[in-house]
Design a protein around this ligand. Sequence first.
Ligand code: HEC
Ligand code: HEC
Length: 145
Amino acid sequence: MKQYRISAVLGFVLAVFAFDASAVDGASSLRGYRPVEKISVRPAQARVILPDKVYPRSYKHAPPLIPHRVDQARISLKKNQCLGCHSDLEAGDIKATPIGKNHYVNRKGERTGYVSTRYYFCTQCHAPQMNKPPLVDNRFNPEWK
Ligand code: HEC
Ligand code: HEC
């Protein structure tokens, strides 16, 4: 009996989802309307934009956008090539911006002599920009300057 009730509820939930999918007609997945069994179309290659200097920040405390290519910069457990230019030791000579001071603070709030594991995977927060229209319209207004 109990099992019967669970499947009834499940059936209802699925029906609601099915209804929803038809309600948002016009929304398409990133691979377009191609049926699942068809191979998706290869997206056009995008180029990284190289601004004259650095990008202005989008809002206060926003992680700055990357103004250069990063496809050569490897980040693995053994090495982090971003730090080869951006660590406090190297940044001066290369004229790269040294990484933020908070990148040296561990999760207990203690200042350490090395980059915190919380900040090790740079591209988790910092991203270069491409010459492509945004996939989703963005109307975010930071109201800050
Ligand atoms: C070969 C050296 C080099 C490497 C490797 C490198 N960068 Fe840079 N980066 C620079 C330089 C130089 C600048 C400053 C650009 C300028 O002032 O025009 C910069 C600027 C930046 C900025 C902008 C800082 C700001 O104040 O707006 C970010 C963010 C950044 N890099 C992140 C990264 C990340 C993440 C990686 C690794 C995926 C990386 N960089 C790898 C040299 C490097
Ligand atoms: C968890 C997200 C996160 C990660 C991971 C991270 N950053 Fe940042 N980074 C930020 C934020 C947020 C700021 C802006 C801090 C502010 O202005 O308060 C910043 C600032 C910077 C700046 C500019 C500092 C300045 O004084 O203008 C550089 C350069 C930078 N990060 C490089 C890196 C590099 C290289 C790595 C990898 C070793 C890295 N970041 C990892 C979030 C992150």
